[in-house]
Write a protein that binds this ligand. Structure first.
Ligand SMILES: Nc1ncnc2c1ncn2[C@@H]1O[C@H](COP(=O)(O)OP(=O)(O)O)[C@@H](O)[C@H]1O
Ligand SMILES: O=P(O)(O)O[C@H]1O[C@H](CO)[C@@H](O[C@H]2O[C@H](CO)[C@@H](O)[C@H](O)[C@H]2O)[C@H](O)[C@H]1O
Length: 487
């Protein structure tokens, strides 16, 4: 009788070609993907999924790890195949590494790992999410550490260390886990005896172009900034005409509370947050200064201002069409945006792009450390790679301080309105001391735009929290541009 070990063997010669296996897996991915936190097309109906490209990362005796890029087609007539003008372009590409195993005798899947079981020749085959499988994580990290590439039908992968002397856990026993929590991507924590821990972010939605997370944190690392974790390696992926970052590895700051948790705790207890908020403003101004020095600035001339405001108007129209409570404020918000046109704007530059308290760590040694320079996940990557106004980040943080008060009101019935007003004023003071005081109407436009974005985000991701941005929109549109930043 075969023992447990031998029954778990994955004899590739007994399997159908991997291409066929993955095509079968695509149907299961279509059911599984919409339930994942990182799935960015919730509310757009059931997707149809096809394999855009794949490459084996490791074929081991008892499992295979495969990097797959899934093409997602949305809408009634949005299935894969041929449209009236040729093959249909997918609505999105997602990166999904998979582990394939024979279930019998195989280790039990980690929680949430199993995507499905396929009936193929030689017996059933389990398809697992590789980020929730120790072997899968090891294969992903190995591609970064070895510097080896990978290639397969429709997909190629290259990896490189951005700091040659950096502590990648090469050849040493490593422990790995997937980071739990609310995230747009999937992050793996890698701990190795004798070296500092790393976090490897696997980017989920793939769009053509360099990922700002890799570029901006890399530039700040090169400048020696202590306000971001050092980037130590990255991998790029190509599928068809799309080439972008797939993985980014950086130092992991363990057991550090994020600013969102700190703010919630203090807001709930009614404890003062003004000194940390002021320091956060200073930190952000220093990051803006370093990004400007590394990657340059462009004047916020009439054309640049018009383009930003046009984008805000487009977003307002789009969100008002999807979230009916936003439609109620549309006219007044549009007028507020128009008021910002005739004001003085600071120079445009590369910025964080989606700054909120959850993107900031409270390091006892380094002070505030900013994370996740990817920009808003719902915006096209090409847009996120353009110079933008630093006031977008300032507004993001102001909104987040308001969110902390909104969250404690919703969840604990605590009125933290004046806590938020004081923290917002202190944060703005800290930023302005270094960068200059912004025109109130311009800042109000960025805050309104962010709250509009948040209304869409919440309506899709966390409808219970929709009242938080809606209350802000109510306040902002009621006060109008003249009142400036909407406390
Ligand atoms: N370098 C790091 N050190 C410690 N924790 C980190 C680090 N990078 C990310 N994290 C944690 O992981 C979470 C998600 O990271 P983030 O870069 O925001 O990913 P995503 O793009 O998936 O939202 C953060 O909120 C933070 O709690
Ligand atoms: O961290 P991500 O890049 O995934 O950003 C997205 O998710 C955020 C929530 O996790 C969301 O932020 C909104 O909620 C926060 C509280 O959870 C709050 O602090 C932020 O101010 C608010 O915008 C973010 O908008 C979204 O892009």
């Amino acid at each position: 009788m075969a023992d447990a070990r031998s029954t778990a063997l994955l004899d590739m010669t007994l399997l159908p070609p991997l291409e066929e296996v993955l095509d079968l897996a695509a149907a299961q991915l279509a059911a599984w993907m919409p339930n994942q936190r990182w799935y960015a097309h919730k509310g757009a109906g059931a997707p149809q999924v096809e394999v855009a490209g794949w490459a084996p990362l490791r074929i081991a005796p008892d499992h295979a790890t495969v990097l797959l890029v899934a093409a997602v087609h949305l809408g009634d007539s949005g299935g894969a195949g041929t449209g009236p003008t040729g093959p249909r372009e997918p609505d999105a590409l997602y990166q999904i590494p998979l582990v394939l195993r024979r279930p019998e005798g195989a280790p039990a899947p980690e929680e949430g790992a199993e995507i499905g079981v396929l009936a193929v020749s030689g017996g059933p085959l389990r398809v697992d999410d590789a980020t929730r499988d120790a072997d899968g994580r090891a294969a992903l990290v190995a591609t970064l550490v070895s510097g080896d590439g990978a290639a397969g039908p429709g997909l190629s992968l290259a990896s490189h260390r951005t700091r040659p002397g950096s502590p990648l856990p090469l050849g040493r026993a490593m422990r790995s886990r997937v980071l739990a929590g609310e995230q747009s991507n999937t992050s793996l924590i890698i701990e190795t005896e004798g070296t500092s821990p790393l976090i490897v972010k696997l980017l989920r939605v793939l769009q053509d172009g360099e990922n700002p997370d890799a570029v901006l944190q890399g530039a700040l690392t090169a400048q020696g900034s202590a306000h971001v974790p050092a980037v130590v390696g990255a991998a790029t992926v190509r599928t068809g005409a799309m080439r972008t970052h797939a993985l980014v590895a950086q130092e992991f700051l363990p057991q550090v509370e994020d600013a969102w948790r700190v703010a919630l705790r203090l807001a709930r207890a009614g404890e003062d947050f003004t000194a940390p908020a002021r320091a956060l403003g200073t930190t952000l101004a220093e990051v803006h200064r370093d990004l400007a020095a590394a990657l340059g600035t462009v004047a916020a001339d009439e054309g640049a201002v018009r383009a930003v405001l046009a984008q805000m108007h487009r977003r307002l129209a789009q969100v008002a069409a999807e979230v009916e409570q936003v439609a109620a404020h549309r006219e007044r918000l549009a007028a507020l945006l128009d008021t910002a046109a005739g004001q003085t704007w600071p120079a445009m530059q590369r910025i964080h792009g989606d700054l909120h308290l959850g993107q900031v760590l409270a390091s006892p040694e380094r002070g505030w450390v900013l994370l996740d320079f990817e920009g808003e996940p719902l915006r096209p990557l090409a847009e996120r790679a353009l110079p933008d106004s630093p006031l977008r980040d300032v507004a993001g943080m102001l909104r987040s301080l308001d969110y902390a008060a909104g969250a404690v009101a919703l969840e604990h019935g605590v009125d933290a309105g004046s806590w938020a007003a004081d923290a917002r004023a202190a944060f703005l003071e800290g930023w302005a001391a270094e960068a200059g005081t912004p025109a109130p109407a311009v800042l109000a436009a960025f805050e309104a735009d962010k709250a509009v974005y948040e209304a869409l985000y919440e309506s899709r991701q966390r409808p219970d929290w929709l009242p938080i941005p809606l209350a802000a929109l109510e306040r902002i549109s009621a006060r109008g541009a003249g009142a400036g930043s909407a406390g």
